[in-house]
Design a binder for this molecule. Structure first.
Ligand code: 13P
Ligand code: SF4
Length: 383
């Protein structure tokens, strides 16, 4: 049984609340057949879905799993998906780097991206022969929206000869203008690699200014960044950490590197969504807080029932646009297809391939906590 102390109970539950009409309009019902074929699945989500809610969810899960077979489709589910999607219909689950690797290798005709738009674009860039669907085209990202390809062209004019490393949370247009991509799993590794390869001591790392400052804290490479922020992680503060430590003595605090640098300074460990998840599984702490998107605690908690989770709730409104209903609709009607202009795709692919060619980030330098934040040059659209 997952042990969760929810500091904002129910805040991530709207996606799980269903009305009977959500099934009726899709021609679904909790029939004897559906019940027989889904009963065994309930065990995996029993901590998050009540027995009363299950008859509203099981037909969607059953319908999606049938459609996946009919369409030869797979669902790539990011760690921030709600537990129903993550556990019951996701075929591959992970952080953005792991999902990108799966997209490149997966043997299926259709990919449904249970994540945000830049992730679906990454899949399409790497698997152009596959049909890539996103259940809601509006599932964006504040980082991806913070910068354009034209911004990058101006930056390159201003800093000729300095490599541009782009966080994967960007549009295909932006990736097409850059030299190498990175994710939160490998940002330090990519920056150090590209600086050595180009023989420079300075790298442009955009668009997340907090991620860039967190990289700058652990490397001697000089970093120039962009004034972009994740609207979810920027809300965490060092004061939150002090409050959590006071309220829960001995609690272990893990933070995503999109959090501001003073949060990493005060935390116990920092890393990508999968690095945080692995850390919990490997260390099995008594009590833990994940300073990242809300649903991730639920997903890590269900895999680690012996660990107690304190759950501060910051929702990503974009990730939460993806629901069982719109995944079902996406597979049924083969919508919404993600398409990318071929010239842009080929350029963007070079930057992603350069990242994927690096050795496994597990052996690379991780983020560190306890380090004093460094100030770095931060560009903005007006610059
Ligand atoms: P990860 O690469 O750690 O999965 O992060 C993606 C993301 O959007 C975090 O907010
Ligand atoms: Fe973008 Fe932040 Fe949402 Fe991740 S959590 S998709 S970085 S807005």
């Amino acid at each position: 049984m997952a042990r969760i102390i929810d500091t904002a109970p129910g805040c991530d539950m709207p996606a799980l609340r269903r009305t009977p009409s959500a099934l009726e309009v899709r021609g679904l019902s909790y029939s004897d057949e559906v019940k027989a074929e889904t009963d065994h699945l309930y065990e995996e989500v029993k901590d998050f879905i009540t027995p009363m809610e299950w008859p509203g969810i099981a037909p969607l899960v059953h319908g999606i799993n049938k459609l996946k077979e009919e369409r030869n489709a797979v669902i790539l589910a990011h760690n921030y998906m709600t537990p129903d999607i993550f556990n019951l219909v996701g075929d591959f689950r992970g952080d953005s780097l792991q999902l990108a690797r799966e997209a490149a290798n997966v043997d299926a005709e259709v990919i449904v991206q249970a994540g945000v738009h830049f992730m679906a674009e990454t899949s399409k860039i790497l698997a152009p022969e596959k049909t890539v669907l996103i259940p809601d085209m509006e599932a964006g990202c504040s980082l991806a929206e913070s910068i354009t390809g034209a911004d990058i062209r101006l930056i390159k004019q201003k800093y000729p000869g300095i490599p541009v490393v782009t966080y994967v949370n960007t549009t295909a247009d932006v990736k097409a203008e850059t030299d190498v991509c990175c994710t939160s799993s490998n940002a330090v590794q990519v920056v150090e690699h590209v600086a050595a390869e180009w023989g420079v001591d300075k790298v442009i790392l955009i668009p997340d200014k907090y991620l860039a400052r967190n990289v700058a804290a652990v490397t001697d490479v000089e970093i120039i960044t962009w004034d972009g922020r994740c609207e979810v992680h920027e809300q965490f503060t060092a004061d939150d950490i002090h409050g959590l430590r006071e309220a829960h003595p001995g609690v272990l605090i893990l933070a995503h590197p999109e959090c501001p640098p003073d949060v990493l300074e005060a935390a116990d460990f920092a890393g990508s969504t999968s690095a945080l998840s692995n850390y919990v599984s490997e260390r099995s702490p008594n009590k833990v807080v994940l300073l990242t998107e809300c649903s991730m605690s639920d997903n890590v908690a269900s895999a680690n029932p012996e660990v107690e989770f304190v759950k501060p709730c910051n929702l990503c409104p974009h990730m939460k646009r993806i629901t069982l209903e719109n995944i079902f609709d996406a597979l049924k009607d083969m919508k919404h297809e993600v398409l990318i202009d071929e010239d842009v795709r080929l350029e963007a692919k070079k930057a992603i391939d350069a990242m994927l060619a690096l050795p496994n980030p597990k052996t690379a330098r991780p983020f560190e906590t306890g380090l004093a934040p460094k100030d770095i040059e931060t560009l903005s659209p007006a610059a």
